[in-house]
Design a protein around this ligand. Structure first.
Ligand code: ADP
Ligand code: ZN
Length: 401
């Protein structure tokens, strides 16, 4: 039995964290979400690394549980192209046609194994297939582990914008298996760290200090794992190293804060808006600089700008802004649109202040005409228990060069 940590959300202990959880997960799913068809939806990058293990473990676990001959049990898989373009109505329809072609009925359970794209898309398929079938989140990116897999938001993009068509549909389980991080590209890991830093900044000074002090240990836990070496033997470490324990606790803390917020505010009326720290400006930057910059990278720059707004309004001191700046840099995240790394990535694109203001005007989270920003009062706490209305002139002033 692997050692696991459980976190509750919406009054159920449905978030499970640990290392190498595949068999444990399949035992739990086969026993507690009984279905005749299990469908793994994943992408072309993840499938060659992880799918065969899921398939062989599924056979083993099913036979141990004596499910092989007694039921018409099956595991089928659907693999999509990686990337945000796949989070579309077209891909949703393709998956649905595939399921219908395989005669999947209401006793189907969907396993979304991937990053945010897979989770949002497969979750939305689950939400509407046969008026809703159970699904399980198996996040494989850090961003999905601490953010998108938790909270039940599912959606696809349209040419008019991201996540415009979707629904709230809670997964039955969220399996956060840190094994997946062994193959995650470094830039994708840093991308997820932006949300981890965000959560600490709005919720806990102690967690923030742990991130400041843990830079080398956390990076070692991910980037010196055996799978990153050529001679990987598939060996499972019997005991966790101290750095792996730290990594697990950092991810668990972040996931738990999101789970608690969702438990108190499932449909985003106020409290859940706190999770948008860095996102009002970050999303506007992302609207211009995506796909060259990743979500977390835009949020990183957005957090600095929004912290500067808090400082400008007299709610946050300069030392706190500097510490935020430093910790983001330590995790290799961009802190300004003007830095070379950003310029090299985005080429000729740039973010004019007018354009950013224009984009922020149509934010779903605005109150009428007024823009809302999460204002920090210190590292670990916010000025209000929700986002604060900030005038256009203040935002414009901070964004201006
Ligand atoms: P997110 O929205 O969570 O940042 P995406 O779904 O866009 O993530 O995935 C980011 C990229 O990382 C995709 O190209 C995906 O195929 C790849 N990827 C996801 N998880 C892993 C993993 N564990 N190992 C290697 N590549 C991965
Ligand atoms: Zn985010």
């Amino acid at each position: 039995e692997p050692e696991v940590v459980k976190v509750s959300i919406l009054n159920e202990e449905s978030i499970i964290l640990g290392f190498h959880l595949t068999k444990f997960m399949l035992r739990d799913i086969l026993s507690n979400i009984p279905s005749s068809t299990y469908v793994v939806i994943t992408d072309k990058n993840i499938a060659p690394i992880y799918l065969s293990k899921i398939i062989t473990d599924f056979e083993k676990v099913a036979s141990k549980l004596n499910l092989i001959n007694t039921t018409k049990l099956r595991l089928i898989t659907y693999i999509i192209s990686p990337g945000e373009q796949s989070k579309s109505r077209d891909t949703k329809a393709e998956i649905e046609d595939f399921l219908l072609g395989k005669a999947c009925g209401r006793d189907t359970c969907i396993l979304a194994m991937g990053g945010g794209v897979i989770g949002d898309l497969a979750g939305f398929v689950a939400a509407t297939f046969m008026r809703g079938v159970p699904f399980v989140q198996i996040p494989t990116t850090l961003l999905a582990m601490v953010d998108s897999s938790i909270g039940g938001k599912t959606a696809v993009d349209t040419p008019h914008g991201k996540n415009l068509i979707g629904s709230f549909w809670q997964p039955k389980r969220i399996y956060i298996d840190l094994m997946f991080l062994e193959t995650l590209p470094e830039r994708e890991f840093n991308n997820g760290m932006a949300e981890v830093i965000k959560t600490a900044a709005i919720s806990s000074e102690l967690d923030f200090i742990n991130l400041e002090n843990g830079v080398s240990s956390i990076r070692e836990a991910v980037f010196s794992s055996p799978k990153r070496n050529v001679q990987y033997q598939g060996a499972i470490l019997a005991t966790r190293t101290p750095s792996q324990s730290l990594l697990l606790s950092v991810i668990m803390t972040s996931a738990k804060f999101k789970a608690d917020v969702v438990t108190h505010d499932e449909r985003e009326s106020g409290l859940r808006g706190l999770l948008n720290f860095g996102h009002t400006i970050g999303h506007a930057i992302e609207a211009i600089l995506s796909p060259e910059l990743l979500h977390g990278e835009c949020v990183s720059i957005g957090m600095i700008k929004e912290a500067e707004i808090a400082r400008h309004l007299g709610h946050l001191n300069q030392v706190s802004v500097s510490r935020l700046y430093k910790v983001l840099q330590d995790y290799d995240l961009p802190v300004s649109l003007d830095e070379k790394k950003v310029k090299d990535l985005v080429g000729k694109k740039f973010c004019a202040v007018d354009k950013l203001m224009e984009i922020m005007k149509v934010d779903k989270k605005n109150q009428g005409d007024q823009k809302k920003i999460v204002i920090l009062s210190s590292l670990g706490s916010t000025y209000e228990k929700k986002a604060t209305i900030v005038s256009d002139s203040v935002i414009r002033k901070i964004l201006s060069p």
